[in-house]
Structures are given as C-alpha cells and as structure tokens.
Design a protein around this ligand. Structure first.
Ligand code: SF4
Ligand code: SF4
Length: 146
C-alpha cells in the first residue's frame, strides 16, 4: 500500500518539476525563429558566398586585376573586363562565381587590394540544380544598385 502511494507521489512530483520548467521557459527570451517566415541577422564574421562591392555610384570597385581569380584554389572565379572606348581603365564585364566548388577559404577576399569583394550574409540557399549555384555577381550587383 505504501509503495502504491509512493509511486503516485513520485509521478506527481515529476509532473510538477516538468511543469515548472515549462512555466519558466514560457517567460524566457525566444531563441528560435519561425523559418522561413522570419529571417536571421547573421554575425559579422559569418561567411556566405562572395559578393562584389560597389562604389558610391553603384559601379563595381573591381579594377579587373585578376588577383582573386588566381588566388582561388578551386577555380571558382571567372572574370573578364575590357577598356571602354576612350577610357583609361578596364571595366568589369563578367564576374561568375561557381559556388559549388567554393570552400569559403577567403583567399579571394584577402588577395583583393581594392575592397572589391566581400563575404555576403546569404544563408538561404537551397536547390537541387547545381546551375543555381553559378552566380553572376556583376548582375547581382546591378540588381542591388538599379
Ligand atoms: S582582386 Fe579585387 S580588383 Fe582584382 S579582379 Fe578580383 S575583385 Fe577585382
Ligand atoms: S572563398 Fe576560396 S574557394 Fe571560395 S571563391 Fe574565394 S578563393 Fe575560391
């Protein structure tokens, strides 16, 4: 008979402990988000795929030196540029990133002396087609600076 009541008491006590934890967590700050309806703010050191940086007029800072292309150990970057008629400097005409091969090592960003590329905060990438991870970074820059 004593064991019977002891079991009931133990069960009730563990229920109280569980409800106490639930009640406490009910008032603690939320650490999860309703993905994909809510988005996250990534930390300063987060590395998404690289992105071109624009100057004040929305043009790429890139001077088409090719250092990032050479520095990439995985051949992810394909870029091209040409001198416009009467112009003195080359202008970027193509900057393609094959993100399927990128290891986010950072060699490209470190090799750039013109503050022309940076890591994006992009984390929301999913696809079953690898072509979707071939990014036209020049077009993306134009889309951001219409
Ligand atoms: S290293 Fe910088 S400036 Fe040179 S091609 Fe790459 S992004 Fe452009
Ligand atoms: S982060 Fe590394 S692997 Fe990715 S594009 Fe830059 S150099 Fe290549």
């Amino acid at each position: 008979m004593g064991a019977y009541f002891s079991e009931i008491f133990c069960g009730f006590w563990s229920l109280c402990i569980g409800m106490g934890i639930t009640f406490r967590e009910f008032f603690s700050p939320t650490v999860t988000v309703q993905y994909p309806y809510e988005t996250l703010t990534m930390t300063a050191r987060y590395r998404g795929h690289i992105e071109l940086i624009a100057d004040d007029e929305g043009r790429p800072n890139c001077v088409v030196c090719g250092m990032c292309e050479k520095a990439c150990p995985s051949d992810c970057i394909t870029l091209a540029g040409e001198k416009p008629e009467g112009g003195k400097k080359k202008e970027l005409t193509k900057y393609i990133l094959d993100f399927t091969k990128c290891s986010l090592c950072g060699s490209c960003v470190e090799s750039c002396n013109f503050n022309a590329i940076e890591f994006s905060k992009e984390y929301n990438l999913a696809s079953t087609r690898k072509e979707d991870f071939h990014f036209d970074l020049l077009q993306r820059l134009k889309d951001r600076n219409p």
